[in-house]
Write a protein that binds this ligand. Structure first.
Ligand code: ATP
Length: 382
């Protein structure tokens, strides 16, 4: 445990962040305590628990003197990228809970941690997501959100869809200082470079990997970049990973939380919406669940004007609808290429190569329809 800061956490300085002096886990102070300790993510949970308690005591001075028996640590299910733990502490008459997020090994290939921290700082100030309470060598501590995580089928409920649209509209209005160039193609091409030069240890996986035509994939990426460029689509600070697991709802308080900003960046708004619609299909990629045109219109109207959705002009709805349809293809390519890297780098048992094929095949299936829809829209609007 110590005071050293890594480069990522240094960006929180200037608001008092980056100190290792300890703090109060529940305080609203802008001081973000930092510990340079690294928790070994390969440890089984019972062996990891004492390290987590030690880390919490190092970060939060008001817990330092408490007996370890007052802490309980449990795994929060759901994540496929990181290990998320809930730490509860019994103090006199109250129990407080926080979450400790341990970055998954090798996630740096697909996640820009500096970009994530910069985004959290401003998004959290704007009231989005969990509050950032502290940082450490391979993770961060955030407030525990008392809410249920949505399932893909929840997202299409008209009332919930309207709420998601409204929150996303607000999210897209947050200003994150720094460069504002859309990152979509920069990120896809970065992923592509890594994905196309991998070697798998398992012969079966290597064989399957070799069936992927990277030449074809590259051509598709470039073609789609040119094609979507014709739309001159608006750029916003986008969440980029708005799947059901990143939406939490407290029904009593009627509060919806957008969480997990790991992939957040300036990007095309149509990408964020199209990507969200693709997530109606869940990890199984059952695209029969992709929202109907009526459901998409409902979402888009609430996104554009939550207070008076029926007063949004047909022209405006149509333009977001077209952008969304075009960029939903980019979402397939993005996560398809991402999945190839994950197949090689992630320790998580998930059929990532199978996921690549599901996304890429859906891209190929949807491409002719989308290209003809967008082309007729563009020719009608000149
Ligand atoms: N601050 C929080 N409070 C309570 N629960 C949380 C919090 N953050 C995340 N969760 C729960 O943990 C799950 C996984 O969280 P998160 O999406 O941040 O992890 P992840 O590993 O990045 O997941 P994925 O890669 O699937 O997006 C969420 O679906 C939610 O159920």
């Amino acid at each position: 445990m110590g005071a050293a800061k890594n480069n990522n956490w240094a960006i929180l300085e200037g608001e008092g962040g980056g100190s290792s002096g300890g703090n109060d886990a529940s305080s609203s102070s802008s001081q973000i305590p930092y510990s340079s300790s690294v928790v070994d993510t390969s440890l089984p949970l019972p062996l990891m628990i004492p390290r987590i308690i030690e880390l919490c005591k190092d970060l939060f001075s008001n817990w330092r003197e408490l007996d370890d028996s007052l802490f309980s640590v449990e795994r929060v299910s759901g994540g496929i990228t990181n290990l998320l733990l809930k730490v509860s502490v019994k103090e006199e008459d109250k129990e407080s809970s926080i979450t400790v997020r341990l970055y998954g090994p090798n996630t740096d290939y697909v996640i820009n941690r500096q970009r994530e921290l910069q985004a959290i700082k401003y998004l959290s100030a704007a009231g989005f997501g969990a509050k950032l309470l502290g940082g450490f060598g391979n993770g961060m501590v955030q407030s525990f959100i008392n809410a249920r995580t949505l399932a893909p089928s929840d997202m299409r409920q008209p009332k919930i869809a309207a709420e998601i649209a409204k929150e996303l509209g607000k999210f897209h209005k947050v200003n994150i200082p720094g460069p504002k160039e859309p990152q979509l193609w920069v990120d896809i091409l970065k992923f592509f470079e890594k994905a196309s030069t991998l070697v798998f240890e398992e012969p079966d996986r290597q064989k399957l990997y070799e069936t992927i035509s990277f030449e074809e994939l590259y051509k598709e990426i470039i073609e789609l970049r040119e094609f979507t460029g014709l739309l001159n689509a608006p750029v916003v600070f986008a969440h980029n990973d708005l799947l059901s697991g990143n939406l939490m709802l407290n029904e009593e308080e009627e509060r919806l939380y957008l969480i997990d900003f790991e992939y957040g960046s300036y990007n095309y708004r149509g990408f964020d919406i199209g990507n969200h619609f693709n997530e109606y299909a869940g990890y199984d990629c059952d695209y029969t669940f992709y929202p109907t045109k009526e459901e998409q219109y409902h979402f888009i109207k609430h996104y554009l004007q939550p207070d008076k959705p029926d007063e949004v002009s047909a022209r405006e709805v149509e333009s977001v609808f077209i952008e969304t349809d075009a960029y939903k293809l980019a979402s397939h390519l993005y996560w398809a290429v991402w999945a190839i890297i994950q197949a090689r780098m992630s320790p998580i048992e998930f059929d990532y190569l199978g996921y690549f094929f599901l996304r890429y095949n859906e891209y190929k299936k949807q491409k002719p329809l989308t290209f003809s829809l967008v082309t007729s829209y563009l020719s009608a609007s000149v």
